[in-house]
Design a protein around this ligand. Structure first.
Ligand code: BES
Ligand code: MN
Ligand code: ZN
Length: 496
């Protein structure tokens, strides 16, 4: 997997700045002023830069580039504006401004006594992500050696008290690794990330202390997961459910995380238009987030019980594929009329949600899915849609998302929406028409939630692979949700 950049923390040695080769960043002091003890030529150059129009316009979390700075051996110096009282998001954005300019070089960050050094480092690591597994030659041949080898950058933070940062730095590293795991899964093409390859990558997490079980088609059929199996029956890749368990809190009832893992969504017989279909390699994004969270929880040895379940299938048109008009029976026993084979995610989740509740009696269930295009129409790429039958759980998710700077917005459920999925022939149909498409999808899922079971559904179709770079991610997969769910576990499910 793509590894986060190695970040080490050492005590400040001001004289190292002048001799450092590579790139450097200065976190400007509380008042936007330069620190003492700078080479004189550099102080002059930096003062001019900060006095310029661009320098004066520098907002908290932003950086100004000085190329080949006077008095330094480094090829670039970043002047980073981050007032002492800056927010967590400002600090992460400041780090991201550095992370976007690593250029494969050794980066020296002079952070002084800034109390948000840990968040600067996290932002740097997250924005420094670069998925280059399939590039034989890099177009930006940064180290100028003319070949395609990607230079592995390094980062050294100079801070006042490196020891006191150790614990938060380790937790941040665990978080970054979880986010990277999710991003890699989402970025992988579907000819590589098949259901089998996905399951193998999850099995490999046993070495972190996770219990991982793969349930194959034969057993899925025995369990009665006919709705899930119907989605995958047109594919050459076998359908699977993978269960990951992290037991860090004795016999407490677990939090269950359920993810939609459609490794490719062609739409099936209700096939999608060609334009943009290549993006449907990201339709396993919910499963990717569940996997990334489980990885982070294991890496930081969380004191919580969490079970992650993912339904891995491929939705393809074929002679054996399910048809519009088919009626399938879910594990719960309810029958579903398949109006549109492209509304497949809810069929997968219906069975995995039911299984999660039957098998693990969870304290709460949260599912994540790139479920509907309609949520992009409603909320764009800035907010995930949150649905819940439990206000406390919804509030927990929304405040965790706010704390982590990930956009989330609650949308309603209600009986009148539910009536839109009544079927002429079966217990329900799998689409509710154009109106409120994300809500009718959520209503469908709610039919597979037992009475009294706290549950939330997060539709991440808009935030999983947005069309441009975000604050903390380059263009491509964001890993949206790993930070929010890790925060939720910390705040609501840990240390009780
Ligand atoms: N995977 C798609 C939803 C999606 C769309 C995710 C765009 C990411 C970006 C889902 O399976 C789907 O096809 N939903 C249909 C449902 C419809 C047929 C009721 C949709 O949103 O059009
Ligand atoms: Mn679909
Ligand atoms: Zn889909």
């Amino acid at each position: 997997m793509t590894q986060p950049v190695q970040i080490s923390f050492t005590e400040t040695a001001a004289d190292r700045l002048a001799t450092h080769e590579g790139r450097a960043a200065l976190i400007l002091g509380a008042d936007g002023k330069l620190p003492g003890r700078l080479p004189r030529a550099l102080r002059e150059a930096a003062t001019r830069a900060l006095g310029s129009k661009a320098g004066k316009a520098l907002k908290p979390g932003q950086a100004l580039e000085l190329a080949f700075p006077a008095g330094l051996r480094a090829e670039m110096l970043l002047l980073v504006n981050l007032p002492a009282g800056a927010s967590v998001s400002d600090a992460r954005r400041a780090g991201a401004a550095i992370g976007a300019r690593l250029g494969g070089q050794h980066m020296l960050v002079m952070a002084g006594a800034h109390k948000r050094a840990g968040d600067i480092a996290l932002g740097l690591a997250l924005r420094g992500y670069d998925f280059d597994a399939y590039r034989s030659k890099r177009d930006d041949d940064e180290n100028g050696d003319g070949n395609g080898a990607t230079p592995q950058p390094r980062v050294t933070f100079m801070v006042k008290d490196p020891e006191s940062l150790a614990k938060s730095a380790a937790d941040a590293a665990a978080l970054a690794e979880g986010v990277f795991f999710t991003r890699d899964l989402v970025n992988e093409p579907a000819n590589v990330l098949t259901t089998t390859d996905f399951a193998d990558r999850l099995l490999a997490m046993r070495e972190l202390g996770l219990e991982v079980e793969v349930i194959e088609e034969k057993k899925l059929a025995k369990l009665g997961m006919r709705a899930l199996l119907a989605v995958g029956q047109g594919s050459e890749s076998p359908s699977k459910v993978v269960v990951m368990r992290w037991n860090g809190a004795g016999d407490q009832a677990p939090l269950a995380l359920v993810g939609k893992g459609v490794v490719f969504d062609s739409g099936g017989i209700s096939i999608k238009p060609a334009a943009g279909m290549e993006e449907m390699t990201m339709d396993m994004g919910g499963a990717g987030v569940v996997a990334g969270v489980m990885r982070t929880l294991a890496l930081r040895r969380a004191k919580a019980n969490v079970v992650g379940l993912v339904g891995l299938v491929e939705n393809m048109p074929d002679g054996r594929a399910q048809r519009p008009g088919d009626i399938v029976k879910s594990m719960k026993g309810d029958t579903i009329e398949v109006i549109n084979t492209d509304a497949e995610g809810r069929l997968v989740l219906a069975d995995v949600l039911w299984y999660a509740q039957q098998e693990y009696k969870p304290a709460a269930v949260i599912d994540l899915a790139t479920l509907t295009g309609a949520v992009i129409i409603a909320l764009g790429h800035d907010n995930a849609g949150v649905f819940a039958n439990d206000d406390a759980l919804a509030d927990g998710i929304l405040s965790a998302a706010r704390a982590e700077g990930e956009g989330a917005w609650r949308l309603p459920l209600g009986p009148s929406y539910d009536s839109l999925i009544k079927s002429r022939l079966a217990d329900m149909k799998n689409t509710g028409g154009r109106a409120a498409g994300s809500i009718t999808a959520a209503q469908f899922l709610q039919r597979f939630i037992a009475e009294g079971q706290p549950w939330a559904h997060i539709d991440i179709a808009g935030v999983t692979l947005p069309p441009s770079a975000t604050d903390l991610a380059p263009k491509g997969a964001t890993g949206w949700g790993v930070m929010t769910l890790d925060r939720l576990v910390r705040d609501r499910f840990e240390g009780k």
